[in-house]
Design a protein around this ligand. Structure first.
Ligand SMILES: Cc1cc2nc3c(=O)[nH]c(=O)nc-3n(C[C@H](O)[C@H](O)[C@H](O)COP(=O)(O)O)c2cc1C
Length: 420
C-alpha cells in the first residue's frame, strides 16, 4: 500500500524543509490559497470523510464549519500534540520525522477557518520533538510559508509552540485551552464549544497532529480520493501504533477499516512466543477491551462502537494468555484515578474507589460483591462529569469487568490468580 502520512519517514533528514520540499512539500498550501475559497476548502475536507485522530473521531470538515466567520474577532487553531493516551505513540513520530506535514496541514486549516494564529500544545516530555518542531517552524518562516503575505497571497499566519503541563487532562481539548491560558487544566462545560468560544473566549479549532497531517494530501489529491482510501464514513489511512505482546510492535500506516486481526497477525507478526491471544485494548486505555474472539472487527470508529468499544487513537495494546486481567485492569484504573483532575466528584471519588477495590482484590482481600459494586460505580461516573475522562475511567473498568468477570471472581474466591 502507498504510504501517505509516513512517506518521508525513512529518508535521511526527513524533518527538514529541504527534504519536505523535494517531494512537493507546501504545494498543497499553494494550491489551497490559489484555487480554493475557504468555504470550498471546507467542502473538500468534508468529502474526505476525515475524522479526528485524537480519539473522539469527530468529522473534521463539520467541526471547521462550526467556526463563525467574519465576526471581526481573532480566530485560533490549537494543535493537540499532548499525546497523553496510554498506548499511543504516533504524534511524536510525526513531529520528529516530518513536522512540516503537520505545519502545512495547520496552514491549510487556518486558511479555511480564517485563523491568524496557531498554538501547538506539545507534551512537556517531548523535548526532542519540541526542538525539532521549533527548527521546522523557523525554517517555515524563512521559506515564506509562515509570517506575512504567505506565498504572496495576502495570507498572514503566526505559529507558536507551548509545552504541556504533564497531566493527562491537558490533552482534553478544554483542559488544554485552560492550560494554554496559564491556568490549571480543568475542563470547561460545553456548550459553548471551543469552535465558538475557545482560547481567550475566541473561536478556536482544536485538532490532533495526525488529523492535520492529512490535510496536505486531501488538498493535493482531492477529498474523494482520500475518502476511498478508507471505508464508509472513515476516510484515509491511519498510523496504527501496535504495542504489547506482539512479535513486531511499532507504527503501521494502513487504511482505515482494516481488520484488527490483520493488523495483529499480518503486520505485527502475531503473538510473541507463539502464545495465544487473550485480549486487546483497541485504541488507547480509554477503550473497552476486546476478547480474542472479537478481533475480526474493522478498525474504524463505527465498527468498534457497534461492538461496544471504541477506535480511540487507533493504537491497540495486545495481551497474551499469560496476562492477569485483574492486574491489567488495576494498572488502567490506577492511571485514571491518578489522572482525574478532581473537578467533578463522580470522577475524582469514583475512579479512586474503583482503583482501591481492584487493589484489594489483587491483594487477596476481595469481597463477594466487589465486581457488582465496581459496575455500579461505573454507572455512577459515566455521563455525569464535565469531560470524558470520567467516561473513559468507567468504560475501561466496565470492559475488563464484563469481558473477564470470571477472572475477577476467581481472585475474590481463591485470593490468587488462576494463572499462578
Ligand atoms: C482525558 C482526555 C485526554 C485527551 N488527550 C488527548 C491527547 O493527548 N491528544 C489528542 O489529540 N486528543 C486528546 N483528547 C481528545 C481531545 O479532547 C479532542 O477531542 C481532540 O484534540 C480533537 O482533535 P481531533 O478532532 O483532531 O481528534 C483527549 C480527550 C480526553 C477526554
Amino acid at each position: 500500500m502507498e504510504k501517505i502520512l509516513t512517506r518521508n519517514w525513512g529518508k535521511e533528514s526527513s524533518h527538514t524543509l529541504e527534504v519536505y520540499l523535494r517531494d512537493g512539500g507546501y504545494e498543497a498550501l499553494r494550491k489551497a490559497l490559489r484555487e480554493f475559497e475557504p468555504r470550498a476548502l471546507i467542502d473538500e475536507i468534508k468529502k474526505s470523510n476525515l475524522r479526528g485522530r485524537g480519539g473522539a473521531g469527530f468529522p473534521m470538515g463539520q467541526k471547521m464549519s462550526f467556526v463563525p466567520r467574519g465576526t471581526g474577532k481573532p480566530v485560533y487553531l490549537c494543535v493537540n500534540a499532548d499525546e497523553s493516551e496510554p498506548g499511543t505513540f504516533k504524534d511524536r513520530y510525526i513531529l520528529e520525522r516530518d513536522p512540516h506535514m503537520m505545519i502545512e496541514g495547520a496552514l491549510i486549516a487556518c486558511y479555511a477557518i480564517g485563523a491568524q494564529q496557531v498554538y501547538v500544545y506539545i507534551r512537556g516530555e517531548f523535548r526532542q520533538q519540541a526542538r525539532i518542531l521549533d527548527g521546522a517552524i523557523r525554517e517555515a518562516y524563512q521559506g515564506g510559508f509562515l509570517g506575512r503575505n504567505i506565498l504572496g497571497n495576502g495570507f498572514d499566519l503566526d505559529m507558536y509552540w507551548h509545552t504541556g503541563a504533564g497531566a493527562y487532562i491537558c490533552g482534553e481539548e478544554t483542559g488544554l485551552l485552560e492550560s494554554l491560558e496559564g491556568k490549571k487544566a480543568w475542563p470547561r462545560l460545553r456548550p459553548p464549544f471551543p469552535a465558538v468560544a475557545g482560547l481567550y473566549n475566541f473561536p478556536t479549532l482544536i485538532h490532533n497532529v495526525e488529523t492535520l497531517a492529512c490535510l496536505p494530501h486531501i488538498v493535493a489529491r482531492g477529498g474523494e480520493w482520500f475518502a476511498k482510501l478508507g471505508v464508509e464514513k472513515n476516510g484515509g489511512t491511519k498510523i496504527y501504533g501496535l504495542s504489547g505482546h506482539v512479535r513486531e510492535p511499532g507504527l503501521y500506516e494502513l487504511p482505515m477499516g482494516i481488520k484488527l486481526r490483520e493488523l495483529i497477525y499480518q503486520h505485527g507478526g502475531g503473538i510473541r512466543g507463539g502464545r495465544q491471544l487473550k485480549g486487546v485494548i483497541p485504541g488507547g486505555a480509554s477503550c473497552p477491551i476486546l476478547r480474542a474472539e472479537e478481533i475480526d472487527v474493522e478498525m474504524d470508529f463505527d465498527a468498534l462502537q457497534k461492538i461496544g468499544s471504541m477506535f480511540g487513537t487507533g493504537c491497540p495494546v495486545v495481551m497474551d494468555e499469560t496476562t492477569c486481567m485483574v492486574e491489567a485492569a488495576y494498572s488502567v484504573a490506577k492511571f485514571f484515578a491518578h489522572e482525574s483532575c478532581g473537578q467533578c466528584t463522580p470522577c475524582r471519588e469514583g475512579a479512586e474507589w474503583i482503583r482501591k477495590i481492584m487493589h484489594r482484590i489483587l491483594n487477596a482481600q476481595g469481597r463477594p460483591d466487589d465486581v457488582d459494586h465496581m459496575l455500579d460505580l461505573c454507572d455512577n461516573i459515566q455521563g455525569k462529569t464535565i469531560c470524558a475522562l470520567g467516561d473513559a475511567a468507567a468504560m475501561a473498568a466496565r470492559g475488563f469487568l464484563r469481558k473477564f468477570r470470571d477472572e475477577f471472581e476467581f481472585h475474590v474466591r481463591h485470593g490468587r490468580c488462576e494463572l499462578s
